[in-house]
Design a protein around this ligand. Structure first.
Ligand code: MN
Length: 263
């Protein structure tokens, strides 16, 4: 038996087994064996488009504004920003003009807001040069990197992974994506967050230590970036707690506002 024919036999056997267990997606959309249960695709609406942006991975930049790095206890002159990830299905889409209910998560007593620019990639690669990096950006959105700060700090103090503080359900709040073709790239511009009408965070994208182009270049040294990856660019200073009933208003010069209510 040749290698090819053996693989054909195995594929056919697997397909028969799966077909006997469950009906999944329509046959036309199916490549290979059918899954035994459906898992929803994670997508983000695109302003002005009928098509949606399918999400592959969520990357986040930590301590990308000097004043925030200092408030988190590090020296931005000695410690560069860094990356972490959130699970793709942590995304909570928030429509334009909507005040979306955002559930206060379990386990925390110190739940923090972090307003951030988010870049969405249409392509990727490895070792992408800075001067080519923005060619991979499809569009931009306004996001909130919601954080169970007490859990993050507790794990950090024990030199354990932060996961439980950053990577939980609904932790990646996101407005719709605006294509670069309509907005251009975001290298400067006011970014702010208000709670119940009082400004809490207020800075400018030009204060990011790593620009979006530099974030893509750095990330691509560690991971192969691909279409569908999104990058939370880091938050400016004055992160702080929210409680149930608070209404958060996020603003980024050049994009519509994004708003959630903590419930
Ligand atoms: Mn963040």
């Amino acid at each position: 038996m040749t290698k090819t024919s053996r693989r054909d036999v195995l594929t056919a056997a697997a397909a028969m087994t799966a077909a006997g267990i469950a009906e999944a997606a329509p046959a036309a959309a199916q490549v290979g064996p059918k899954p035994i249960f459906p898992v929803p695709m994670v997508t983000i609406p695109i302003v002005g488009e009928k098509e949606v942006f399918q999400v592959r991975r969520i990357y986040c930049v930590g301590r990308n504004y000097a004043a925030h790095a200092i408030e988190r206890g590090s020296d931005p002159n000695r410690e560069p920003p860094f990356f972490f990830q959130k699970p793709t299905d942590a995304i909570q889409n928030v429509g334009a003009g909507e005040v979306a209910d955002h559930p206060y998560p379990s386990l925390t007593k110190n739940y923090h807001h972090e307003v951030e620019l988010v870049a969405a990639l249409k392509s990727g690669g490895t070792n992408i040069p800075v001067d080519k990096a923005l060619d991979h950006v499809y569009g931009y959105a306004l996001g909130l990197d919601m954080t169970r700060r007490d859990l993050q700090n507790g794990m950090a103090a024990e030199k354990k992974p932060w996961e439980i503080g950053k990577s939980f359900d609904h932790a990646a709040v996101l407005g719709p994506i605006h294509p670069v073709s309509k907005t251009g790239h975001f290298e400067k511009g006011a970014i702010s967050l208000a709670i119940n009408g009082t400004i809490k965070q207020n800075s400018d994208l030009s204060k990011m230590i790593w620009s979006v182009a530099e974030q893509i270049a750095k990330l691509s040294e560690a991971f192969e970036l691909k279409a569908g990856d999104i990058i939370y660019s880091g938050t400016p200073e004055n992160v702080g707690p929210v409680v149930r009933g608070d209404v958060l208003l996020c603003r980024l010069e050049g994009l519509p506002d994004m708003s959630i209510k903590i419930v």
